[in-house]
Design a protein around this ligand. Structure first.
Ligand code: SF4
Length: 391
């Protein structure tokens, strides 16, 4: 078997996924004196600025399905999602002790509170609550967001012990432009040939991008695409679904596998949105802070993770994705108690119902164990689409 076979690439990604000690990131840091690693929570941070500072942006996505949470439960009430508890657990048990800082994007109150706990627990570490604008006018939200980006740049500059130059940020923008191009190419390939790029594989491939430097992740995606294109795999009689609501706490890998086994090809999703939050290339000339700000304001994904000012536009992004991916239906999968995903759902559902687009809803936690009910639900959904067709 070639070193770059699908099997080997997926095994490599699985190894990264399973490693809650982040050995690869630790090795990256140890390889050169002075290197720094900054963790970030979902959903979006401008990784370009961290990269420009010579730091490794490391996506922290909770403890996953198997990690036992003992200390984390003491910090939170029972009626919220699991990702903050398992993240605290990882920190308290030393799994994140090599991080030089941590970023908490403004997705919800839970993450905001987690940033506060972090500041109390890890007083000597760089901690940044990263606010995003909810006004998308350049002269209002743009000014605010540009200031946020400059503050981030200054804070990281102090940590790095040097100024982060415009030219460095421009170079990093180019690196992430290329990374996003390949992420989108993988997504397009899966939508065109879902039997050749199963979603569990694509997910693992993208998860590797949360740990690897972007240049390495881009090469990995190129290798995967070449290997997956060359491999013959049987096409199943699955229906095509769009999976939405999974942008923060991640479902167990088994849930993703179960959906496909039960008859649903996932042809688009909102996993790991940081990899494709920006929808177009960010210009690599001129003012890089202004360019990143304008990209966020005017060219970013209108998912549940982003405030939509115009109610008439609510759901348009989802409907466009359904059309673009020729999806037969939608699976709304939300982490239990996830305000951003669950508050969005009724509005999305009313848009789908108006167009008679089939959907189902389900909830999960990162450590959900029982997959049989999921398989039955999604299997029945797939069968009903095949029997009666999508409208
Ligand atoms: S899963 Fe939802 S509620 Fe929990 S931290 Fe993430 S966005 Fe917030």
């Amino acid at each position: 078997m070639s070193e770059k076979s699908v099997k080997n690439i997926v095994a490599f990604c699985q190894g990264i996924f399973d490693d809650l000690n982040f050995t690869r990131a630790r090795e990256w840091k140890a390889a050169r004196p002075g290197r720094k690693v900054i963790g970030y929570m979902p959903v979006y941070v401008p990784r370009e600025i961290l990269h420009a500072a010579g730091m490794l942006p490391l996506g922290i996505l909770g403890g996953g399905a198997d990690m036992e949470v003992i200390h984390g439960d003491a910090y939170y009430q029972s009626y919220i999602c699991r990702i903050p508890r398992s993240t605290i657990e990882m920190a308290i048990t030393g799994r994140l002790d090599f991080l030089d800082g941590m970023m908490f994007p403004s997705i919800c109150d839970v993450i905001r509170n987690l940033s506060g706990i972090w500041q109390i627990l890890f007083k000597d570490k760089y901690v940044r609550y990263f606010d995003a604008p909810q006004n998308f006018k350049d002269e209002v939200g743009g000014v605010f967001y540009s200031n946020e980006l400059r503050e981030l740049r200054d804070g990281l500059g102090k940590l790095a012990g040097r100024e982060i130059t415009d030219e460095e940020i421009r170079r990093s923008i180019a690196v992430y432009n290329e990374n996003r191009r390949w992420v989108n190419t993988v997504y397009d390939f899966r939508a065109a040939f879902p039997w050749k790029a199963p979603s569990a594989e694509v997910y693992l491939l993208m998860r590797a991008g949360m740990v690897l430097p972007p240049e390495e992740h881009t090469r990995l995606m190129q290798d995967y695409l070449a290997a997956a294109e060359a491999e013959n795999r049987p096409m199943r009689d699955n229906c095509r679904v769009l999976l939405t609501g999974v942008f923060c706490e991640q479902p167990p890998l088994n849930l993703i596998k179960s959906l496909e086994i039960s008859g649903c090809y996932i042809v688009d999703d909102d996993f790991l949105l940081v990899t494709r939050w920006l929808l177009s290339e960010v210009p690599t000339d001129g003012d890089p802070i202004g360019n990143l700000s304008r990209a966020f304001l005017h060219h970013s994904a209108q998912t549940a993770a982003k405030y939509e000012v115009d109610m008439a536009q609510k759901g348009s992004y989802l409907l466009d994705a359904i059309r673009r991916r020729s999806a037969d239906g939608v699976i709304f999968a939300a982490p239990s108690f996830c305000d951003p995903a669950l508050l969005d759902q009724p509005m999305m559902i009313s848009r789908l119902e108006a167009l008679k687009i089939p959907y189902i809803t389900m909830q999960y936690a990162e450590n959900s164990g029982q997959m049989q009910p999921i398989r039955e639900q999604s299997g029945t959904f797939a069968d009903s689409i095949k029997l009666w067709g999508a409208s």
